[in-house]
Ligand binder design. Structure first.
Ligand code: GAL
Length: 655
């Protein structure tokens, strides 16, 4: 199978979405001049070009695309060619209303925006296959082509009649009998038993709470339907260009796709990443997505989109202060990216995203944003030979699973304040702040490469996953589990005792009496720290080697944290510094050390291959001890013993 290295060929890809259909011809020549000067070596064409390529049903207008492909080739700029299927032309919805998705409350999503397609529509799929076929036949052998980009950020839901029919087919294949479905969904409660498959609907908006089993299966179904759309187009382009890798860009930590499964179907795993420049935790949330994408890719990955400056979809859209775009780009490379790309090359003057930045903004070539892009292009070219294709090695894995997320994220739960992504972020952030580099893994992945496995929260676990965790600990691994782990099985059926019995035994818990979720601003005092968000009324079974008790209140004296051997259970969300210190202590016990000792909080250090990235996420300069002598690949100078990094400064050090 081809991979990212077939596109990078030892370089770091640098460029972005290029949508020149918006511009007059002379702008294209200006674009190429600026791209060359900035070191751009990759553009993504055609992401939203469907109505240009197929202005009326069945028509084909490849003139502009021919010109662009040839122009890029002439200038040695590779093309990531997209299938345009994320935004069907207006004629499709007009002539074929069955291609339009329907929301949970029965509203049709009309054309006039984008992503207005029903994954279950046979008509949509037929048109998508046809345009993909013709694009692939025409450009599959074009020398500019380096990669296929299928659709864009698959993210649609459909609750309409076609989706209902497809959902029933999906359910029949899964359950075979209605009895099995009724049993799995627990339909005996609230008189929901089905007597015919035709009675089953997507979980459309009901009077009161929905059936959780139905919602869970609908989320699985939706991810599967979108995946079918992806693989159908992937297989077409592969037939025409078997040696060209195929990707589809994920949204970061997006709930709609089981990205573990999806990643297994892609040649290149790519993601779009837009942390808020004003968010003090922006670098940390970026690191999470980067670690997760690298783990899905099992190696180098592609940053398909980021913003050179502001986006236009937050309430208030802040530009990136000087130096931040470079810093966050180098952070992505440090954490395994072999491509640093943007939405989009040239900022639009019209259309819904005219206030979204581009690599060339409205201020043009002289604008600060573009000047910083140029500098970044030069930096990436300098470091590429030493980092492209290299791996990041982590000794800690954080477990994450979409199924568990979907099962746990439903209405009618103990606390609507508890959001799975927030819990995941809090734990990953604590590890980031302890300067510990982490992979992510699915609960059934091979965990033997890791000295420590962290489970922030896996509400639902299969029996096989529980066995896997127990085996990991038996074989000498250190396991740290957060609250609400192992509560339910894969049908979202609560385990007897409110938590899997084998896990309770693993941690030394006899009885989980009650969950005590905490209100906003409320904390639970524990020995040495405060817990937030959640607490639990646990009774130990006397086998734990260490417990940290709750202090005061209803839970006074009961265990907040238990350790039995190498298995830890944390029944609350410790405040950030406390969680950081706890995890740092456990990691040290498991023999896992930070990349560098004594790092200040705002400095990130990651080793990729032989190369050490040191990144200052602060506006104030900082001096960092780096034992030995290194060559800073960014400046070409030698560094011995210590290095001073300026505002948002970075060093890329080779021993
Ligand atoms: C992404 C999308 C791009 C662009 C960008 C703006 O979600 O793939 O086409 O809309 O957001 O931030």
């Amino acid at each position: 199978m081809p991979g990212l290295s077939d596109a990078t060929r030892g370089r770091l890809l640098f460029g972005g979405d290029y949508n020149p259909e918006q511009w007059p011809e002379e702008t294209r020549h200006e674009d190429v001049r600026l791209m060359k000067a900035a070191g751009v070596n990759s553009v993504t064409l055609g992401v939203f070009s469907w109505s240009t390529l197929e202005p009326e049903p069945g028509a084909r207008e490849f003139g502009l695309m021919n010109t662009l492909m040839d122009l890029m080739h002439e200038h040695a700029i590779g093309v990531v060619l997209a299938t345009p299927t994320a935004s069907p032309p207006p004629w499709m919805g007009r002539l074929h209303p069955d291609t339009l998705p329907v929301t949970e409350d029965g509203r049709t999503e009309w054309w006039g925006g984008r992503q207005h397609f029903s994954h279950s529509s046979a008509t949509y799929r037929r048109y998508a296959a046809a345009i993909t076929e013709d694009l692939a036949a025409r450009y599959g052998g074009h020398p500019a082509l380096t990669m296929w980009h299928i659709n864009n950020e698959y993210c649609t839901y459909d609750y309409g009649d076609q989706a209902a029919a497809a959902f029933r087919r999906w359910l029949r294949a899964k359950y075979r009998t209605l009895d099995a479905l009724n049993e799995a969904w627990g339909t005996a409660f609230w008189s929901q038993g089905y007597d015919t498959w035709d009675g089953i609907l997507p979980p459309r908006l009901p009077h009161y709470l929905r059936n959780p089993g139905q919602v869970l299966d609908f989320r699985r179904f939706t991810s599967d339907m979108l995946l079918e759309c992806f693989t159908a187009e992937r297989d077409i382009v592969r037939r025409h260009s078997p040696h060209t890798p195929v990707t589809s860009n994920f949204m970061p930590l997006w709930s709609g796709q089981d990205a573990w499964r999806w990643a297994g179907e892609e040649d290149v795993v790519s993601v779009d990443l837009y942390p808020d420049p004003r968010d003090p935790l922006g670098a940390q949330s970026g690191a999470l997505v980067q670690d997760m994408t690298r783990s899905q890719a099992r190696g180098p990955w592609m940053l398909m989109e980021q913003a050179a400056g502001p986006v236009n979809w937050r309430g208030v859209n802040h530009p990136k202060p000087r130096g931040l775009n470079r810093l966050w780009s180098l952070q992505a490379v440090a954490r395994g990216a072999d491509a640093v790309c943007y939405f989009q090359w040239r900022q639009s003057r019209q259309g819904a995203e005219k206030f979204h930045s581009g690599m060339v903004g409205h201020a043009g070539e002289e604008g600060r944003t573009h000047q910083e892009i140029k500098r970044l292009g030069a930096d990436l070219a300098r470091i590429a030979p030493e980092v492209s294709g290299r791996h990041v090695t982590a000794r800690i894995a954080v477990l994450h699973d979409w199924d568990a997320w979907w099962a746990g994220a439903q209405d009618g739960r103990p606390s609507s304040r508890m959001e799975y992504p927030d819990v995941l972020r809090a734990w990953h952030r604590a590890l980031w702040q302890a300067h510990l580099v982490t992979d992510f893994a699915h609960p059934l992945h091979d965990l033997t490469p890791y000295a420590m496995v962290v489970v922030p929260q896996l509400y639902a676990l299969t029996d096989a996953a529980v066995d896997h965790l127990l085996a990991y600990v038996r074989q000498g691994g250190t396991l740290v589990c957060g609250f609400q782990t192992g509560v339910a099985d894969e049908d979202d059926r609560i385990r007897p005792g409110g938590m899997d019995a084998r896990l309770r035994e693993l941690f030394g818990i006899r009885t989980l009496h009650e969950w005590w979720p905490l209100e906003e601003g409320e904390t639970a005092a524990c020995e040495g720290f405060h817990g937030t968000l959640w607490s639990e009324e646990l009774e130990g079974d006397g086998t734990a080697d260490e417990t940290l008790p709750y202090e005061g209140g209803e839970l006074d004296g009961l265990p907040a944290v238990l350790r039995k051997g190498r298995a830890w259970y944390v029944s609350t969300l410790p405040e950030p510094e406390a969680l950081r210190d706890l995890l740092a202590r456990i990691a040290a016990g498991a023999g896992v050390r930070p990349v560098l000792d004594g790092l200040p909080g705002q400095v990130e250090a990651v080793r990729r291959g032989e190369v050490l990235f040191v990144l200052n996420h602060d506006r104030e300069p900082v001096t960092v001890e780096v034992p030995g002598t290194h060559r800073d690949l960014l400046t070409g100078t030698d560094v011995t013993g210590r290095i001073t990094l300026g505002r948002y400064g970075a060093a890329v050090l080779r021993p």
